[in-house]
Design a protein around this ligand. Sequence first.
Ligand code: PLP
Length: 359
Amino acid sequence: MMRAHNFSSGPAAMPSEVLIQAQNELLSYDDSGMSIMEMSHRSKYYDQIHNETMELIRQLLGIPANYKIGLLQGGARLQFAMIPLNFMSKGRQAGYVLTDTWSEEAFKEAEHVGSAYIAGKNDGYRRIPDSNEIEIQRDTTYIHLTSNNTIVGTQYHDYPQLNGVHLIADMTSDIMSKEIDVNSFSLIYAGAQKNLGPSGVTLVILREDLLEEESSLTMPALRYSSHLKENCMLATPPTYNIYLVNLFAKWIQQQGGVAMIEKQNQKKATLLYDFIDQSGGFYKGYSERSSRSHMNITFHLPTKELDQKFIAQAYQEGFIGVNGHHRIGGCRASIYNGVSLQSCMELEMFMKHFQDQNG
Ligand code: PLP
């Protein structure tokens, strides 16, 4: 069966092996005679998947024992609200490093709750602020950053050291794409829909000591402690989506774990950036080299008309989702975990061919 070369920014490509297994188990999971989506979340089958998924994530990311793992709903967007609602206690502040629309959106939610300030930002968002450009004001509980900026195509390659202030990161568009030192963060969250599964599941990794900051004024349904106490079954969990995350996590394990996935992702990104850099200016990268994202390759052609022609022709040839975000225009190839090196090589060939015809 023909599978598209899917370069969408999210929801994004899933490995074919994962979908085939889901297809094989669609009507009857194990000996149950039922699909996962039809059975109780308290059943022995689902219970095993639920706990195994958290354990797989713990192993893959090397998450220490003093961190809790949550599988929540409401998207990364709900985390934008839950974080300040829980951790911006009275009289204290939170700093936001702005690097793209998504961090701006997170900041807006925090401004609703209390005293949030911009801890770092630069014009045009073409690069990540250096550590010495981040300003931490007095009485700050946490600093929030976005590890990979899906729209502009920038990514942190080192994280700031904050000396006692909690670091919270939105890793929606690079979770599981590379190794991270979880110890540097008090809270990590990520929608699963780019590198780890379908939409509808939000991974939360939270260091236990952060719970001491949790506000008792927040409604129980929006508190981290309520969800964690019920093993993320406070509401009926998105069982089928978590099952797909489980299969995706096993697929990552079979590839050799996150270290091997990182190598593969680096290869894919280097292939496309090298080609862009050697195109004699026909293709121009959007972000500065030192901040380039290994997940979202953003670029422009010499004119807006050529951008449009490129996107339309790419679509005809089976390359889906290469349009840039409307905010910056141009083109974007999102090369998350589910996008193969082969798809990237074929995109490179298409780009070369397009340049030969239009350059
Ligand atoms: N944060 C980042 C970095 C994103 O790329 C996105 C979506 O693309 C979001 C947050 C919003 O995620 P959700 O749709 O799960 O709320």
